[in-house]
Design a protein around this ligand. Structure first.
Ligand SMILES: N[C@@H](CCC(=O)N[C@@H](CS)C(=O)NCC(=O)O)C(=O)O
Length: 202
């Protein structure tokens, strides 16, 4: 059995946060870049039947899908980027990880894949995108209100790394009206591992 992990990802995609974590924890791994065309082929669909990235293969061969689940597994098994399991702080950590993947990531997908959410052609897709941008703005304002300076107050966690990935995808960048989010993106974006991974994904 290999002791290496394999990350299936795409440059600029949801594998970014998994790279942040694998690199931060110093976990031995290989990255396999999968284009959208390759992701639609049977070979990749054996890894993820939905044809999406990221997918993480654990050393024992287990395939883990869903970016939040991958991050939670990695932070449950490596110390440093999450509160003690079972603590109240960990409950808030779980809350933000799910908020980020279920609400914010999902709304960003509606911006970039608007046509998939509309049976009514381009005009309706433009409506879908417009509405998604409003939803993103609302989600960001919820987080702007709690950042101090991180989602869990003084404690920096993988949820902040996940958030920084999502902020890097905003079509018009972080709104000027959200200085705490801007500050988070700037300061966390300068951490050497984060800066290096973001540059690889630019
Ligand atoms: N809920 C999934 C979303 C994954 C996802 O949508 N990934 C995008 C890239 S960021 C993808 O593979 N899109 C290709 C497609 O949908 O065709 C997760 O959090 O991992």
């Amino acid at each position: 059995m290999s002791d290496r992990y394999t990350l299936y990802g795409r440059q600029g995609g949801g594998s970014i946060v998994v790279q942040f974590l694998l690199e931060t924890f110093g976990i031995a791994h290989d990255v396999v870049w999968v284009s959208q065309e390759q992701a639609a082929q049977p070979d990749y669909k054996r890894i993820n039947p939905s044809g999406k990235i990221p997918a993480l293969v654990l050393p024992d061969g287990t395939i883990v899908l869903e970016s939040a689940a991958i991050c939670l597994h990695l932070t449950n098994t490596n110390p440093g980027l999450s509160p003690t399991i079972g603590s109240s702080a960990h409950a808030k950590y779980l809350q933000w990880m799910v908020f980020l993947s279920a609400n914010v990531y999902e709304a960003i997908l509606r911006v970039y894949y608007a046509h998939r959410y509309s049976a009514g052609g381009d005009a309706h897709a433009a409506d879908v995108k417009q509405q998604a941008l409003l939803h993103i703005d609302h989600h960001l304002s919820v987080m702007e209100a709690v950042l101090a300076p991180y989602l869990l107050g003084e404690t920096f966690t993988a949820a902040d790394l996940y958030l920084v990935m999502l902020l890097s995808w905003l079509p018009d960048g972080v709104p000027e009206s959200m200085p705490k989010l801007k500050h988070l993106a700037e300061t966390v974006g300068k951490l050497p591992i984060v800066a290096r991974v973001l540059a690889q994904n630019a």
